[in-house]
Design a protein around this ligand. Sequence first.
Ligand code: PHE
Length: 344
Amino acid sequence: MLEKIESLFIDFKEQIEKVDKQADVLNLKSSFIGKKGALSEILKSLKDATPEQRKAIGPKSNEVKQEIEKKVQAKLQEIELKEVNEKLSQSKIDFSLTDSVLDKGLNVGGVHPVHQMQRDVEDIFQSMGFEVLDGPHIEDDWHNFGALNIPETHPARDMQDTFWFEDKKHLLRTHTSTIQVRGMETRKPPFKFVGPGKVFRCERTDATHEMCFHQLEGMMVGKDITVGNLIYFMKTLLKEIFKKDMEVRLRPGFFPFVEPGFELDIRWKKPKKGESEHSGWLELLPCGMVHPNVLKAGGIDPEQYNGFAFGLGLDRLVMVKNAIEDIRHLHSGDLRFNKQFSSY
Ligand code: PHE
């Protein structure tokens, strides 16, 4: 009987080599180890065997059964793999692309440095409990000017040259302060959020001006907010971005929506001998305490609450950090420029 089991196994091994369809494998399996299969047939005559023979045959038949199961599984996998490969070879997608192909000069996409900066700044503020808000590019007069304490006759409207739509009521937002207004309209103090995005100005382009660039507005409103809070958050932001403590100074700055308004400068170079102590500072961040009229326009009682706001130029920040001398490089679409950034 032992020999019969062994020759059955040899027989099985031969036959499984010849099949290449899932159904045939399963049929083969049941014809060998199924209820009515060859192995069961052999075991039927077990009753005639001596106790010693039985002792040997039991384990042997189990062993062969397991081996057959294993071979069936392996064969099924092999068939499946072959089918998948066949399907892939008929598809138009090339799955064989590897790093070595990329090394040969194929271009891959990456995150643009300005977008990367936006993500980094968002992360920093989110870790300090700020929300990240969005707003539309096409705005109305109220959200871009009126609610920000810039009435129609206000000369500050000339500070930002605007792309108006033909209806003279809508415009491409000139700053992300529009998100300030939308944020105030939809939440109750205390709150803090940032709002990044594209802004548009009808300006002649040069090394420091683009018609479309990127800002990130920030706002914090609550009870008894001070300039000290503003400086704290700005210094934390700058430390995270430049990976070191940055020396800052505030100068008076004029923006109708903040009072007092500031320009926050960072120390960029130590002044050399003979240079004025005012040299070496870099203007980076306009900011200030939110004007009571702006709070009122956003539905917030300025008697109870106050807050700060700031506007960060994301393109400018990328330029300062990477010593880029001309803003036009950033959105030129020139891959030689883009590839210098690690994510490309
Ligand atoms: N919105 C201003 C600008 O684009 C920047 C700013 C924001 C200034 C918030 C002060 C406070 O020029």
